[in-house]
Design a protein around this ligand. Structure first.
Ligand SMILES: C[S@@+](CC[C@H](N)C(=O)[O-])C[C@H]1O[C@@H](n2cnc3c(N)ncnc32)[C@H](O)[C@@H]1O
Length: 218
């Protein structure tokens, strides 16, 4: 059963853009759930996975203030590209002057890159803001080189799985103004990734609510 929030009543992309434009200046330093707390956990986990891997090109979708790219650039001599919906988050990312990094404003469902251009695509704590999650996975798949790695780390429902997904996506997201619209969980994201052509390398829960899936483009 595919559960995707298709509510026509709210423009979740616009809400996400406004939410993150407004918090961009204080995102990094505000270590709470609605700011960078979960992002820091996901980014650290992605860095740990990539620590002993080599790559030449990495795209971080929903890069925010470049927390992940800043960490990775200290250990990997590679081209790092960050893409984000919110221009203020991208402005903060640019201010960090990270060697070998470039940042663009854009959307997960229409990546402005050629097919087969990246060795790695990452997505940290951004995916639950995407109205069309299949399209986001397909875009990540398209821009990855064959054999390339997609690392998706996100907040999921901790309990009751399908029931929790329905509560989050059809109750919470109707009343919230954060742009959250598709909360998932580890096994559901694994199923969705497989349906969109990926093979799964590993999946793990980092905390009750946070999970990471590493997948490969066949
Ligand atoms: C919680 S922040 C995470 C930022 C960063 N990845 C981290 O882990 O610190 C979510 C980010 O996703 C971005 N975002 C939300 N919807 C998006 C979309 N449809 N396309 C691209 N970026 C999006 C937001 O603007 C925001 O910067």
């Amino acid at each position: 059963m595919k559960i995707t929030n298709t509510s026509k009543q709210k423009d979740f992309v616009k809400l996400s853009e406004e939410w993150f434009d407004n918090q961009a200046k204080v995102y990094d330093e505000t270590d709470t759930i609605l700011y960078s707390k979960y992002g820091k956990i996901s980014c650290k986990n992605i860095c740990d996975y990539l620590a002993d891997k080599t790559y030449q090109t990495l795209l971080d979708v929903g890069c925010g203030t470049a927390y992940l790219i800043e960490l990775l650039s200290k250990t990997h001599d590679a081209k790092h590209v960050g893409l984000d919906l919110a221009s203020e988050m991208i402005r903060q990312a640019g201010k960090k002057n990270i060697d070998g990094a470039e940042f663009v404003v854009g959307r997960s469902d229409g990546l402005p890159f050629e097919d087969n251009s990246f060795d790695v695509v990452t997505c940290s704590q951004s995916f639950h803001h995407y109205p069309d999650t299949d399209k986001a996975m397909q875009e990540a798949f398209r821009v990855l080189k064959p054999g390339g790695i997609y690392i998706l780390s996100d907040t999921g429902v901790g309990f009751f799985r399908m029931f929790g997904v329905m509560i989050d996506n059809f109750v919470y997201t109707r009343f919230g103004n954060t742009g959250d619209c598709n909360v998932s969980y580890l096994n559901k994201s694994i199923r969705d990734l497989k349906r969109n052509g990926f093979e799964i390398v590993k999946g793990e829960k980092l905390t009750t609510f946070i999970y990471t899936v590493v997948a490969r483009k066949r």
